[in-house]
Design a protein around this ligand. Structure first.
Ligand SMILES: NC(=O)c1ccc[n+]([C@@H]2O[C@H](COP(=O)([O-])OP(=O)(O)OC[C@H]3O[C@@H](n4cnc5c(N)ncnc54)[C@H](OP(=O)(O)O)[C@@H]3O)[C@@H](O)[C@H]2O)c1
Length: 251
């Protein structure tokens, strides 16, 4: 199995569980070289000999909430060619929904530092690398909270809206020949460890979707020929269909 220096690969955040893990394994199965980052290692990679995807999938530790670590990590990738960034890491905050007045200073700082600043830094530091392998691709697993009011989730919403807005600015700074930015807004909820932690013990997840749905969409985006899927924001339907999300472009 190939493990030698690969063609330009994919860097993915949120690799240890949930949607990020599903995407990284799906991409590795379709022979994309993936470097996954998170604070904890995906358990399957602890013994690479037992992991069918390990030839295409590697993992590195990164705490996105620490700006200095993000900068150090980006510098450590100097010799690694990257053609795509897939952003899935998230800190959902404490417990279930709670009003903005109950959010502590620490919770605000951690959520904004992880979801927004950490990702913004990573994107800006790795942009030159993406642009060296045109078209560089950024896929952000965004959220309806980035574009709709979300009572009880003010910090999470602010962090997701911040990253969403940053990526719109970055997309406008480059032609689609150089950089293609995709923001995916799932229209349904998905069963992930993060979601499970925020629901009561006997919660019925039967109406929730499988992260494999998002993994298949990302795989389609990264595998498609130049103009098959135009860059932009998309609602992701339950059947994996993409529907253009018409963002406001002028007032
Ligand atoms: N699940 C849904 O229904 C749903 C719906 C719409 C959008 N989304 C979006 O989908 C994405 C993934 O959500 P999910 O439900 O799969 O999340 P999840 O199960 O909670 O997984 C979150 C991932 O983020 C990583 N992470 C958390 N804090 C980090 C930090 N400080 N530094 C580095 N990595 C960190 C975690 O790894 P470590 O803990 O090992 O660091 C983990 O791999 C998010 O962007 C979310 O907004 C999810």
């Amino acid at each position: 199995m190939p493990n030698a220096e690969p063609s330009p690969g994919v860097l993915l955040t949120g690799a240890s569980q949930g949607i990020g893990k599903a995407i990284s394994f799906a991409l590795a199965r379709s022979k994309h070289f993936v470097v996954g980052v998170s604070r904890t290692e995906p358990k399957e990679l602890a013994d690479p000999a037992q992991c069918a995807e390990s030839g295409y999938l590697s993992w590195k530790p990164l705490d996105l909430s620490n700006g200095a670590s993000v900068a150090q990590f980006a510098a450590s990738l100097e010799a690694t060619a990257i053609r795509a960034l897939v952003l899935c890491a998230v800190d959902y905050g404490e417990g279930g929904r709670h009003p903005a007045v109950t959010i502590s200073v620490q919770e605000w700082q951690r959520i904004i530092a992880t979801n927004c600043i950490g990702h913004c830094l990573l994107v800006s530091l790795l942009l030159p690398k993406l642009l060296r392998n045109p078209p560089g691709i950024i896929v952000n697993v965004s959220s309806d909270v980035a574009v709709l009011p979300s009572p009880g989730r003010a910090a999470y919403a602010a962090s997701k809206a911040g990253l969403h807005a940053m990526l719109r600015a970055v997309a406008e700074e480059h032609s689609a020949e150089c950089l293609r930015v995709y923001q995916l807004i799932p229209t349904f909820q998905l069963v992930t460890q993060g979601m499970r932690r925020r629901r009561p013990p006997n919660f019925d997840f039967s109406s929730y979707g499988d992260p494999a749905i998002i993994a298949e969409v990302v795989q389609r985006i990264l595998s498609s020929s130049e103009n098959a899927i135009a860059p932009g924001a998309y609602l992701v339907r339950r059947d994996g269909a993409l529907e253009v999300f018409p963002e406001i472009t002028n007032i």
